[in-house]
Design a protein around this ligand. Structure first.
Ligand SMILES: Cc1cc2nc3c(=O)[nH]c(=O)nc-3n(C[C@H](O)[C@H](O)[C@H](O)COP(=O)(O)O)c2cc1C
Length: 384
């Protein structure tokens, strides 16, 4: 199978052994990440990812390493309207702690009420999505369009805080709408002033989608100016990327998205490096099959056989990415209807196949390419 490599950095820059900035943490080098009352010994957050960071995937990732595991984005309005699908996605396995949800909302009243309900139900951390670049949200002034309007942003965050005064609240944003309409600086200051406990910044604009490489300079600048923790996000595919970026920018923690798709053991590698140990080698395919089986069981338990199997198709294709022979099974993989069917297909890849290093930076699920961000009429006329 053809694998596209995201980074053109020379191999030696990506080799943790040859670059000291990628070496395991020294004692006391990275203090625990404090997000309000939450204390994370390992400063790593699983990025909210729609269709991905559901309870099964969070449980799986958590079994590999310490960190904060956030839900996919949940509609605040859906919570208030008792939408059954929303409530299911906003639920947790009984053993999951802390209970961490990401909301999307653009109406302060809706957000305030939803936050109040969720805090009342024992949710222990809420994040607000201010970075989603999709038309469905931005065209009406939500997602990554919203931070451009500073007054609205302030009102929204104030309402968020009023709704949930006692739990850690964070926001997650992009750098701006496009190169001409950057918002990260003002967003950082407004977040701090309105009582947010941390801000996560993906180093791309909404226009950029997943194009090019994430720019970590604004993350460094915000980290140097804000008192609240700044979490850096974008293109962290190896555990050592996280340490490298934290050393380079001084950010307080990292948010891991695509790098863990099909590679939940990345959280083990991150914990090892942050605890000062070398990271263990990646599993071979036989071990990955066991992980996939566990993941599949959790998906079926949470979503039931039909929807669970549909989710499994997507995850299974990520687990097999880059292994020789996967192109032969791909057509059948996207049609599997049970875990057994999936595992039978996996038997076509030899158990002793080593994890293909080229798959680490291979594109997963989001393509390159830019967009013109859909916005309400006149949105860019004024930032207030
Ligand atoms: C499949 C997928 C779904 C995503 N869904 C969300 C989401 O629900 N909320 C959000 O804030 N960001 C979402 N994102 C963006 C990620 O949280 C993250 O910011 C982005 O992928 C950049 O990080 P990465 O380079 O580590 O992947 C999603 C990304 C992917 C790949």
């Amino acid at each position: 199978m053809e694998v596209q490599v995201l980074s053109s950095a020379p191999a030696f820059l990506l080799d943790p052994l040859s670059d000291p900035d990628r070496s395991p943490a020294k004692a006391g080098e990275f203090p625990p990440l404090r997000i309000g009352t939450l204390v994370l010994e390992v400063p790593v957050v699983l990025a909210p990812m729609a269709g991905v960071t559901n309870p099964p995937y969070r449980a799986l990732c958590r079994s590999f390493g310490a960190g904060l595991y956030v839900s996919e984005m949940i509609s605040a309005r859906g919570v208030l309207e008792n939408n059954q699908k929303t409530l299911h996605l906003a639920s947790f396995f009984p053993e999951e702690r802390p209970k961490s949800l990401q909301l999307f909302a653009k109406d302060p009243q809706v957000l305030e009420k939803a936050a109040r309900v969720l805090e009342g139900q024992g949710i222990e951390h809420l994040d607000l999505n201010l970075g989603c670049p999709v038309r469905k949200l931005t065209a009406s002034g939500g997602g990554s369009a919203l931070p451009y309007k500073q007054g609205r942003l302030r009102r929204l965050l104030a309402a968020f805080r009023r709704g949930a005064p006692n739990i850690p609240l964070t926001i997650k944003c992009r750098l701006g709408i496009d190169e001409e309409h950057m918002t990260w600086k003002e967003t950082g200051h407004i977040a701090q002033e309105e009582g947010m406990d941390a801000i996560a910044v993906h180093g791309r604009t909404a226009a950029q989608l997943y194009d090019g490489e994430a720019d970590w300079e604004p993350i460094a600048e915000l980290s140097a100016t804000l008192k609240i923790p700044v979490l850096g996000n974008g293109d962290l595919f190896e555990a050592s990327d996280a340490l490298f970026r934290m050393r380079q920018t001084g950010c307080a923690g990292v948010v891991i998205g695509r790098g863990c798709l099909g590679r939940p053991w990345l959280f083990r590698e991150l914990e090892e490096l942050f605890r000062g140990q070398p990271s263990s080698p990646p599993p071979n395919f036989g071990e990955i099959k066991l992980i996939l089986r566990r993941h599949g069981e959790l998906l079926l338990r949470f979503f039931g056989p039909e929807l669970g199997a549909r989710h499994l198709r997507k995850f299974a294709s990520w687990y097999t990415k880059g292994f020789p022979g996967t192109s032969r099974i791909r057509d059948r993989l996207v049609r599997i209807r049970s875990l057994d069917e999936c595992l039978a297909l996996m038997d076509e890849i030899p158990d002793d196949s080593p994890f293909p290093q080229k798959a680490v930076r291979a594109k997963r699920c989001k393509k390159g390419g830019r967009q013109k961000v859909a916005l309400p009429p006149g949105w860019l006329d004024s930032p207030v």
